[in-house]
Design a protein around this ligand. Structure first.
Ligand code: UT7
Length: 326
């Protein structure tokens, strides 16, 4: 059976670090509040000259190098992002050009914090269908440009970064075993960016009201997130006839330490089964999972044959999981 196997990982975060102490100087907030409510201590912020495609390209170059793959060998590039360089065309096309991936089709997936798993699923399915040999999947975001820096409810939570994987079609038991994607658009206004699409065009009034900033009802999102994240992880295990004990490492979307702990508790997972780095990067939306995966991989936290589980929840709402044998 042909499976999509991850043969290289990469990540990139901007140099500039913004700590909770830095935020205390510009907002009515405290390191204590942010740490206890979210687990976040610092986040990385893109420099003015950096674009989402630049972060994505650097992560991709690092993944290509680890995989020993030349960009011209790629058939397919898909970027999970909600903060692309332009409304259109796709950031994936800019990455394709930056890398010189002359043989690759390229497009973006918009599924907010679930964007990487959605992107991974499309690439894995294309590989399994025999339509693609090598794919580059990226999660990349510059959230700090769409948050309102006067809104302490949201701006303390987010950061910038990118992570990437190279997938290759391989025969055998290793690779992506399943993906599950879900959505519920009926609650989209609990977490969204009102402007500026075709529903709300830019105007001085809309700009003055801050309609171009991310808006979130944190409490409501929190409750749905915990339930959906644990349910979709369980779905992945059930679909593969596995239990929580079979999982060597859960790499969840890193939104908030309390969400991660509550999800792990609902799943009966032990602390050492869950990878956490939200303290150092905050919520980088579609980039959290590939950044965490790259860290875990490069630090020797993952061994051949390990069972890895990814799960994510975000705006849309969307939620998703992927189960793989490393
Ligand atoms: O990626 C997926 C999408 N997003 C998420 O997963 C986020 C989900 N939600 C959350 O993580 C949490 O709801 C938050 C971290 C956003 C908020 O935590 P909370 O425990 O739900 O706090 P809250 O919104 O109930 O606010 C409690 C208090 C409020 O003050 P009052 O009204 O009780 O006086 C807020 O105004 O905390 C206040 N507050 C702050 N105080 C200091 C809100 N933000 C801050 C802040 N610093 N940065």
């Amino acid at each position: 059976m042909i499976r999509a196997r991850i043969i290289g990982t990469g990540s990139y975060v901007p140099e500039k670090v913004l700590t909770n102490r830095d935020l205390e100087k510009i907002l009515d907030t405290s390191d204590e509040w942010i740490t206890t409510r979210t687990g976040i201590r610092e986040r990385h912020v893109a420099a003015d000259h950096e674009n989402t495609s630049d972060l994505a390209t650097k992560a991709a170059e690092s993944a290509l190098e680890m995989a020993g793959v030349n960009a011209a060998e790629l058939d397919y590039i898909v970027v999970g992002t909600i903060t692309g360089d332009y409304p259109w065309p796709a950031t994936a096309c800019i990455v394709q050009s930056n890398l010189g991936a002359e043989n690759a089709g390229a497009f973006d997936v918009s599924a907010a914090c679930s964007g990487f798993i959605y992107a991974l699923a499309t690439a894995a399915d294309r590989i399994q269908a025999g339509n693609c040999k090598k794919a580059l999947v990226i999660g990349a975001e510059i959230l700090t440009r769409v948050v309102d820096w006067k809104d302490r409810n949201t701006c303390v939570l987010f950061g910038d970064g990118a992570g990437a994987v190279i997938l290759e079609a391989q025969e055998g038991e290793r690779g992506i075993l399943s993906t599950h994607l879900h959505a519920d658009g009926s609650q989209l206004k609990l977490l969204y960016q009102p402007g500026f699409g075709t529903r709300m065009v830019p105007s001085p009034e809309n700009l003055a009201k801050g309609e171009h900033f991310l808006q979130m009802q944190g409490n409501e999102v929190f409750k749905v997130a915990v339930r959906s994240l644990s349910d979709v992880a369980q779905t992945a295990l059930d679909a593969n006839g596995m239990t929580v004990e079979d999982v060597n490492l859960l790499i969840p979307h890193q939104a908030n330490i309390r969400i991660l702990e509550a999800t792990a508790k609902r799943l009966n997972m032990k602390d050492d089964q869950v990878y956490i780095n939200v303290d150092r990067f905050g919520n980088t939306s579609g980039a959290t999972i590939p950044i965490a995966l790259d860290e875990a991989n490069r630090s020797g936290r993952i061994n051949d044959g390990d069972i890895l589980l990814f799960n994510a929840f975000g705006g849309g709402f969307t939620w998703a999981s992927a189960l793989l044998r490393w």
